[in-house]
Design a protein around this ligand. Structure first.
Ligand code: PLP
Length: 354
């Protein structure tokens, strides 16, 4: 398994124009594949031309949803270096997701090596514009043809790459968010702590309804009491109240974001008080009424920081910082993107060269 076979295509695709890159629409020339069976474990590592895969219609992933994924980025950084941001955290979380879904563990170092090899082959695809990157999507699916409900005996791990444009074309634009009161994304003991495909299936209806009502995302509350804040869309969430930064604690139904972890470390290193604890919508609304709600922002690999300009909760509008991006949100965004692209010294040793 330690060797990666490389089968290159010679009819390379046309690369897209950089200023019209929509998220996750275009894929590079090659992909990485790795198979699993009970006899050989993970085996047959290969990089092949990007294209459709063959699945048996009875493949278990299609029926019972045994599928996990990761999301990370490669940046064309200062001095033409290619940098990954904390990729070991993604590999670690990949295995945590595998564990929760009874998918066999992967060799984290080997998969990171495979990702580096693939990114290196596809380096011409990494866009160079400000805010652009090559999005990396590793994922695992259960491929065994069987309609019995149990852990599959066969899996495939794939890595595909997609060049992505700047998330914000003209500065960080605050978004309007609907606080969801009927649907739930995840419950403690469920799949919320895993990056499992099924979590997204659970979220789409609420997302569609929020969009129709003019909101760009959904803020999820805890599924039991409908009181405590969990996360927003595919991002973790932070509140700056009266000089302190508060983010929901990892309670068993929230995904542990790599960006979330990085923000907490940065704030601590800057001496800004940060609390990981339960926080209710009531508390946020009260802070709003007392004029102590200073900033709200989501965090995730895709946007890094997504400032929130408005929350809609129980027929009430909560306006944040007059719909403008907050100072701290901007500073966090500039720092993380600066580290990712090599323009700010990486004192915390977060970047890994390809
Ligand atoms: C991926 C994801 C996040 C953000 O995690 P990052 O590692 O920061 O990209 C947050 N919430 C959910 C549900 C996610 O799937």
């Amino acid at each position: 398994m330690k060797d990666i076979q490389i089968y290159k295509r010679d009819d390379l695709k046309q690369k897209p124009l950089q200023d019209h890159l929509e998220f996750g629409q275009i894929f590079t020339d090659h992909m990485f594949l790795l198979d699993y069976n009970l006899d050989q474990g993970w085996h047959d590592a290969r990089i092949v031309p990007y294209g459709p895969i063959v699945l048996d219609p009875a493949a278990m992933v299609l029926h019972y949803g045994q599928a996990v994924f990761e999301g990370m980025k490669a940046f064309l950084a200062k001095d033409d270096q290619i940098l990954l941001f904390r990729p070991n955290k993604n590999m670690e979380r990949f295995n945590q997701s595998n564990n929760r879904l009874e998918i066999p563990e992967i060799d984290e170092d080997f998969i990171l090596h495979a990702i580096q090899t693939l990114v290196n082959i596809e380096k011409e695809w990494i866009p160079s514009g400000k805010g652009t990157s090559l999005y990396i999507r590793p994922f695992i699916i259960a491929t065994e043809p069987c309609l019995g409900v149990r852990a599959a005996h066969n899996y495939q791990l794939l890595v595909i790459l997609s060049p992505v444009g700047a998330y914000y074309s003209e500065g960080l634009e605050p978004v309007k968010i609907n606080v969801e009161s009927s649907y739930a994304r995840a419950v403690r003991g469920g799949l919320g702590t895993a990056k499992a495909a099924g979590n997204y299936a659970a979220s789409i209806k609420a997302q569609t309804e929020a969009k129709e009502a003019g909101y760009s995302q959904v803020l999820w509350l805890d599924a039991l009491e409908r009181k405590y804040i969990e996360e927003v869309g595919s991002m973790n969430i932070f509140f700056k109240i009266d000089g302190k930064v508060i983010t929901p604690e990892l309670n068993g139904s929230i995904l542990a974001g790599v960006t979330r972890d990085s923000i907490i470390e940065l704030l601590q290193s800057w001496g800004i008080p940060v609390e990981e604890r339960r926080i209710s919508m009531e508390e946020v609304f009260e802070a709003y009424n007392n004029h102590t709600l200073e900033e709200v922002f989501g965090t995730g690999t895709a946007a890094v920081i997504s400032p929130v300009g408005e929350l809609f909760w129980n027929e009430k509008q909560v306006l944040i910082n007059e719909g403008q991006i907050g100072k701290l949100s901007q500073q966090l965004y500039d720092t993380i993107t600066g580290i990712q692209t090599g323009f700010i010294p990486d004192t915390l040793q977060w970047t890994v060269q390809v």
